[in-house]
Design a protein around this ligand. Structure first.
Ligand SMILES: Nc1ncnc2c1ncn2[C@@H]1O[C@H](COP(=O)(O)OP(=O)(O)OP(=O)(O)O)[C@@H](O)[C@H]1O
Ligand SMILES: [Mg+2]
Length: 347
């Protein structure tokens, strides 16, 4: 099978390394359009880290979390996978310190501590347990990092109040207040980022890192490495822009490039059209009016979230960047598909 190497992201990696080389302070929200390469970027960063970093990568992708137990199952790992039998908190710490592993997909929690740490109505206990792990690691010279991928998955989960607020509070405590760990929250949900951006409790406590599709030169360089000529590069750029996932697919479909590009636009056009037809006539008209702005433009500035804008974002047609006040199609492919749809439906 064709293995395609990780390409570029030098600027973003430099920025993340700069953050990691200073004292933990602000929470970093990594955001960007769908499939722009956010998760791959963080994976790449983790690979490059020296041994004094201990990474807890909590991957909420592809999970539906409807209860606190489901969240705990992702946040903690019960089989610690270590040689010795671990029963006490101090064992957890010594095993983390002595291990050559620097990457964990959950916080280790010995089975006999589960009932004490994980309470259904008291997530604070679980956070205190994690706080203690981070504190111990830091005091022994380690630098803990917590990465949460697709954090918005728990956005609506209520345990007394909204769990996400409790979690944000906890992140502020471990980063800005006690400087114990670097926290990165990755999300491709721009409605979630918009909420975070306007959330008073996070003002001055977080920073944002946009991971967008590749620019033209980065795209060209990537495709040239894979033997594409200028005409092919132009074709791919016109259809896909610099969306890494499509570039990878184009590389795999090099021998039937034009067909492949056209097929993807047709498919996306059909998806967008079908979702528009699921709307009532009046609302569809407003959505089409909004989309018609993209006939001759590739981005818009926005003032506030209208219902039609919200719908287009929810349906992964548009991406909203609250930091730059911009709304744009999720990809060049979406832009082409929107334009095709506009030619075909008028109301
Ligand atoms: N820098 C890169 N170099 C090469 N390929 C890349 C790069 N970044 C992403 N890709 C390709 O694009 C695919 C999608 O990337 P990734 O899953 O990291 O995007 P994402 O932004 O996290 O997506 P989502 O919005 O679904 O969370 C990867 O599986 C990989 O094939
Ligand atoms: Mg991702």
């Amino acid at each position: 099978m064709l293995e395609i190497e990780f390409h570029d992201r030098e600027k973003e990696i430099r920025e993340i390394m700069r953050i990691l080389n200073s004292r933990p302070d602000l929470i970093t929200f990594v955001y960007g359009p769908i499939n722009s390469g956010k998760s791959s970027l963080m994976d790449e960063v983790v690979k490059k880290l020296p041994d004094d970093y201990v990474v807890f990568f909590i991957d909420l992708r592809a999970h539906v979390v409807t209860s606190i137990d489901e969240f705990y199952d992702i946040l903690f790992s019960y089989e610690i996978g270590l040689k010795r039998k671990i029963t006490k908190f101090s064992d957890v710490i010594s095993s983390l310190l002595s291990s050559t592993v620097k990457f964990y997909s959950g916080f280790p929690l010995p089975e006999n501590l589960v009932s004490k740490v994980l309470k259904k109505d008291k997530p604070k206990n679980a956070f205190t347990y994690i706080f203690n792990i981070l504190h111990e690691l830091k005091s022994k010279g380690k630098i803990p990092i917590i990465i949460l991928d697709e954090l918005q998955v728990i956005g609506d989960l209520k345990i007394n109040g909204l769990l996400i607020y409790e979690l944000f509070n906890f992140f502020v405590t471990i980063s800005k207040r006690f400087h114990l760990a670097h926290v990165f929250a990755i999300t491709s949900d721009s409605l979630f980022i918009e909420k975070v951006f306007n959330e008073a409790m996070l003002h001055g406590r977080c920073r944002y890192l946009l991971v967008d599709d590749f620019d033209y030169n980065t795209t060209k360089e990537f495709l040239e490495k894979h033997g594409f000529n200028q005409d092919e590069i132009n074709l791919i750029w016109n259809y896909f822009g610099g969306k890494p996932v499509y570039l990878v697919e184009a590389i795999k479909n090099k021998d039937r490039l034009k067909d492949f590009c056209e097929k993807l636009v047709r498919l996306r056009r059909r998806q967008i059209k079908d979702s528009l037809y699921s709307l009532n006539v009046d609302f569809r008209k407003s959505v089409l009016k909004l989309l018609s702005n993209f006939k001759d433009r590739d981005f818009l500035t926005y003032d506030y979230l209208t219902e039609e804008l919200r719908w287009c974002i929810k349906n992964n047609i548009l991406f909203l960047d609250p930091l730059n006040d911009i709304v744009k199609p999720q990809s060049q492919l979406d832009l082409l598909a929107i334009r095709e749809v506009l030619k075909r439906i008028t109301s």
